[in-house]
Design a protein around this ligand. Structure first.
Ligand code: UDP
Ligand code: MG
Length: 140
């Protein structure tokens, strides 16, 4: 069993995709064990995406993530981390496999609808960034 953090980014919320995205996770044998909607500051977004601090897209990405409400979700299941990444599709919607969230709904490499932790290490930073222990209703 693994846990991963997903975020429905401001473009996903704006496009009314919350239900579609959660359904895709649930249909793939994954369980939602924590969920909330919030609007984060630019500073919070910069801390969340600190691994990308030296990338040319850091400023624009963190402005985007803080421009409107997001939905943060903890997902639990067998191989949850790689499963969620598969359901999301490649970072650039142009390269994402048909039927993935990013292929179906993403606009461009920045506005790609959804986030998912890329490893156990990032999940163990990203989950407690948004949720405390008692907010997660999981199997462990
Ligand atoms: N991103 C961007 N330009 C790029 C690469 C990434 O704007 O050239 C954005 C995009 O929104 C992506 C996020 O930065 O989802 C984090 O990048 P990462 O490489 O971690 O991609 P992900 O893990 O989200 O697929
Ligand atoms: Mg990433």
């Amino acid at each position: 069993m693994e846990r991963t953090l997903s975020i429905i980014k401001p473009d996903g919320v704006k496009k009314n995709l919350i239900g579609d995205i959660i359904r895709k996770f649930e249909q793939n044998d994954l369980r939602i064990v924590a969920l909330k909607m919030l609007k984060i500051s630019k500073k919070d977004a910069m801390n969340f995406y600190i691994v990308h601090k030296d990338k040319p897209f850091y400023d624009s990405l963190t402005s985007f993530l803080s421009e409107g409400p997001i939905v943060v979700i903890v997902i639990e299941g067998e191989k949850a981390i790689s499963k969620v990444r598969e359901i999301m599709g490649a970072t650039n919607p142009k390269d994402a496999a048909p039927g993935t969230i990013r292929a179906d709904f993403g606009s461009d490499i920045e506005h790609n609808i959804v986030h998912g932790s890329d490893s156990k290490e990032s999940a163990s930073f990203e989950i407690p960034f948004f949720f405390s222990y008692i907010e997660i209703q999981g199997a462990y």
